[in-house]
Design a protein around this ligand. Structure first.
Ligand SMILES: [Mg+2]
Length: 198
């Protein structure tokens, strides 16, 4: 019995050393569904996920002349920002909870704008995201983790350029594509099997 207990403890100690840096929008929070739903309500134009094949959110995808105009709209929709009411991607919260229970550290690393921070902190609490560490930072790679999950092409490139020795995981979305030096997953149910394969 003592050996069994020690072997379990050993496993937990090993797993507890893994820090997983998790982006929010496009990874945990369905930003695309959130903004396209609001956009259709307000401007009457439906935009499907498959149409969003580039990183930008201005013309020709939307009527906005620049991304700055998009964000000006997104920062105040009926008194709160677009980030206040985003839905979770399927199995995202459950998987993060499972990873936490396994001893991993879930580190939220988001590059959201300053005006979204209070909405995002409320959202993290409401959605019961199991994290003890939240960063709002553009240079995500400076937050030390063993594994990073992201969807933004430029952030994935930043990880490859600055911390190529880390496990960099791309969430496959229509607006990103394969990058040498990254792993990729389509669904949250693919994450734990991938981590177990490292
Ligand atoms: Mg993102």
């Amino acid at each position: 019995m003592v050996i069994d207990y020690l072997s379990i403890m050993h496993q937990r100690i090993k797993l507890s050393q893994v820090r997983i840096g998790v982006d929010l929008d496009g990874v945990v929070a369905d930003f695309t569904k959130g903004w396209t739903t609001q956009y259709a309500l307000e401007f009457g134009t439906k935009i499907s996920e498959e149409e969003i094949t580039d990183w930008g959110l201005s013309k020709p995808l939307t009527h906005f002349d620049s991304d700055k105009d998009f964000w000006k709209w997104a920062m105040d929709i009926n008194g709160s920002s677009i980030f206040r009411h985003l839905e979770l991607y399927d199995q995202s919260q459950e998987t993060l909870l499972e990873l936490s229970k396994m001893g991993h550290e879930v580190v939220i690393i988001s590059s959201k704008p300053w005006w979204s921070i209070h909405d995002t902190l409320i959202w993290l609490g409401e959605k019961k995201i199991p994290t003890k560490e939240v960063h709002f930072i553009e240079d995500k790679w400076t937050i030390n983790c063993e594994v990073y999950l992201d969807d933004a092409p430029y952030q994935l490139e930043n990880f490859i350029n600055h911390v190529p020795e880390k496990k960099i995981i791309r969430f496959e979305r229509p607006y990103n594509s394969h990058l040498e030096g990254t792993f990729s997953i389509k669904n949250w149910s693919d994450l734990i099997p991938l981590l177990n394969s490292f």
